[in-house]
Design a protein around this ligand. Structure first.
Ligand code: UGA
Length: 448
């Protein structure tokens, strides 16, 4: 039997990583996007974002690159993609609708429809995007209606759990594979595609469409809940004099709770957790199950108020008055380390609020500067942490890059106007900073 040929529709974080990972697993892969610049870049083995290890993996497989396996190509042509693939992975994004909680399904709908119109032979279409429960069933009917091959085209839902910054590793070595199916071939073909990870012991959960869709949104809701839970504990620690870092450590030793995702600070951001919990609430409302998810409203508001609390902490550190005439250094712009993604970034939100209140804010981030400049062109950007801190009255540590943990507080102290550092991620070592003469404050920890 000939090996399966795969297409990947949409080449953002998810699609570009999935395409490269499938080539690494040994498949012939054709990636499709509707943006010509992306296709041009990817065809040269370059990625339009910062993701550790992804460019190397692409260069190993993209056709035309010296020494590559040639297993991976890119195209703008729907008919070519439809003809090529036995399995088509749809990896386009589902952002939050402007001014609404619900997610915008227009990219998924349009990708599925454009592909379906060209499907002339039996094949499997696999949705990987994060979608509201009920979408797969609706799309399965639409595909059969539009495809020249009719009901010889089957749909499966296979949510993705990769984290930015670990995208390659998470795709090649997932914690689990979840497959929602409604026909005879979905499970069979996806077992073939994922034979590598499955052979290495990755658990497989085969289920129906709604469960597969819900696994993804409930997993992200649980992660968001964990973060907001520890941030709520941080608020109580602040009021009662406790130390949330020691508290998280202590509760995390209980295996039922677990130590991960208990880092208190300015909260979660990015293109997934915030919009996914909102879309989940919106969908539950449509289904008449809104009561079941009212707690997510609280999770969201705990998360959003952390940003304001960081601004207030900075104001207090500057004497409690206005930000006018003050200089604030912000270390971090990306929504998390090892990413250049600034979507819904807590760090930039805090920087923006202080800027709007008259503070002179200088931002530095190891990888997120270009994206930050595009989003917040009015902030000042420095070329290094030392330059950002030069002349600052207060330093805000807002994205926990390793580079920031390795900074020399004595060197920074020599250029800062005042040695005050506020750790919005509880990731710096208080003892090291205090020993270098800094006043160190962190969210949810007592002031020494
Ligand atoms: C998240 C999920 O972790 C992935 O499993 C999922 O596949 C992905 O969304 C998605 O839906 O595509 P990601 O957005 O890359 O991944 O980022 P996370 O590592 O989950 O971090 C999200 C935010 O939470 C970041 O802003 C991070 O700084 C914050 N965070 C994380 C905390 O504030 N505290 C923690 O303890 C952990």
């Amino acid at each position: 039997m000939a090996p399966l040929k795969l297409t990947v529709i949409g080449t953002g974080y998810l699609g570009a990583t999935h395409a490269a990972a499938m080539a690494e697993l040994g498949f012939e892969v054709l990636g499709l996007d509707v943006v010509p610049e992306k296709i041009e870049l990817l065809s040269q083995g370059r990625v339009p974002m910062y993701e550790p290890g992804l460019e190397e993996l692409l260069r190993k497989h993209v056709a035309g690159i010296e020494g590559s396996t040639g297993r991976l190509r890119f195209t703008l042509d729907w008919a070519e993609a439809a003809e090529f693939g036995d399995v088509h992975f749809v990896c386009v994004n589902t952002p939050q609708k402007r001014g609404e909680y619900a997610c915008d399904m227009s990219y998924v709908d349009s990708a599925m429809e454009s592909l379906a119109r060209h499907l002339r032979r039996p094949c499997l279409v696999v949705g990987k995007s994060t979608v509201p429960v009920g979408s797969a069933e609706r799309l399965a009917a639409r595909i059969v209606e539009l495809a020249p091959a009719g009901d010889a085209v089957e749909l499966a839902w296979n949510p993705e759990f990769l984290r930015e910054g670990f995208a390659v590793q998470d795709t090649l070595h997932p914690d689990r594979i979840v497959v929602g199916v409604a026909g005879p071939t979905g499970e069979k073909l996806l077992r073939e595609v994922y034979a590598g990870p499955l052979g290495a012991g990755t658990p497989l959960v085969v289920t129906d469409f709604p469960t597969a869709e819900l696994v993804k949104t409930s997993a992200n809701s649980f992660l968001a809940t964990k973060i907001s839970f520890i941030n709520a504990m941080a608020e109580v620690c602040e009021a009662g004099g406790g130390d949330v870092v020691r508290l998280a450590e202590a509760i995390g030793y209980d295996e039922r709770i677990g130590s991960k995702f208990l880092r208190a600070g300015i909260g979660f951001g990015g293109g997934c957790l915030p919009k996914d919990i909102r879309a989940f609430m919106a969908r539950a409302g449509e289904l008449g199950a809104d009561q079941a998810l009212t707690f997510l409203r609280e999770i969201d508001s705990i998360n959003m108020r952390r940003r304001g609390q960081m601004v207030e902490m900075a104001r207090e550190a500057l004497g409690g008055r206005s930000f006018l005439g003050t200089r604030v250094a912000v270390l971090g712009a990306a929504f998390k380390p090892d990413s250049d993604d600034v979507r819904d970034s807590p760090a930039l939100n805090v920087a923006g609020q202080i800027h709007l209140q008259g503070g002179q804010v200088t931002v530095y981030d190891p990888k997120g500067m270009d994206n930050a400049r595009r989003l917040f062109p009015t902030l000042v950007y420095a070329d290094s942490a030392v330059e950002a801190v030069r002349g600052a009255d207060v330093v805000l540590h807002l994205t926990e890059w390793r580079e920031f943990r390795e900074l020399d507080p004595a060197e920074l102290g020599a250029v800062a106007a005042r040695r005050v550092v506020l750790d919005g991620r509880n990731a710096l070592d208080p003892a090291v900073w205090r020993a270098a003469g800094w006043t160190y404050r962190a969210m949810g920890r007592p002031t020494a």
